[in-house]
Design a protein around this ligand. Structure first.
Ligand SMILES: [Fe+2]
Ligand SMILES: [Fe+2]
Length: 150
C-alpha cells in the first residue's frame, strides 16, 4: 500500500481509488498489480537495452522478442490499473553493463533466475486474476529461453 500511496501523492492522482472501485478490486490488490506492471515495464526496458549490446544475432532477436512479451504482460496489468507506468531504468543500465564486464555465461543465469522468481510471485495472484496464468507461464518460458542461449 505504501508504494501506491507514495505514487499517488507524487502524481497528485487519486483516480486509482475510483479505478479500483470500478474494477471491483481492493486497494491492496491494486497495489500488487501496479508493482507487477512496474516490473514488466522495467523488463521491457532491460531487454531492449540488452538487445542493443549483445554480440550474438540470436541473442539480439531473442531479447527483442522477450521485450515484446513483457510489453504485452504490462498491458495485462494496465487493464486493471488504467495507469501508465514508466520503466525504472536501473536494470536497463546495470544488466548490459554486467554483460560487457562479466559476459553472457555469468549474466544470463541471473536473468533467467529473475524470470523464474517473477513466475513464483505471480503464483500468488492467479487465483484473483486468472489472466495472469498466461503471464506466469511466459516467465517460465523466458527463463528457459535465456538459459537456452548459453
Ligand atoms: Fe513479463
Ligand atoms: Fe519475462
Amino acid at each position: 500500500m505504501k508504494f501506491i500511496k507514495n505514487l499517488m501523492k507524487k502524481e497528485k492522482d487519486y483516480s486509482l481509488y475510483s479505478a479500483a472501485a470500478e474494477a471491483g478490486i481492493t486497494m491492496d490488490q491494486m497495489n500488487v498489480l501496479v508493482i507487477a506492471q512496474q516490473g514488466e515495464e522495467d523488463a521491457v526496458y532491460m531487454y531492449e537495452q540488452l538487445a542493443k549490446v549483445v554480440r550474438d544475432e540470436a541473442d539480439r532477436k531473442a531479447f527483442e522478442r522477450l521485450a515484446g512479451d513483457e510489453k504485452r504482460h504490462s498491458d495485462v496489468f494496465k487493464k486493471y490499473t488504467c495507469m501508465d507506468v514508466k520503466a525504472n531504468p536501473a536494470k536497463g543500465i546495470f544488466v548490459p553493463l554486467m554483460y560487457r564486464v562479466l559476459g553472457k555465461k555469468k549474466v544470463y543465469p541471473i536473468i533467467a533466475k529473475g524470470e523464474y522468481d517473477a513466475a513464483e510471485k505471480y503464483k500468488h495472484i492467479i487465483n484473483d486474476f486468472p489472466e495472469v496464468v498466461e503471464v506466469m507461464n511466459d516467465e517460465v518460458h523466458h527463463g528457459d529461453a535465456v538459459k537456452g542461449l548459453l
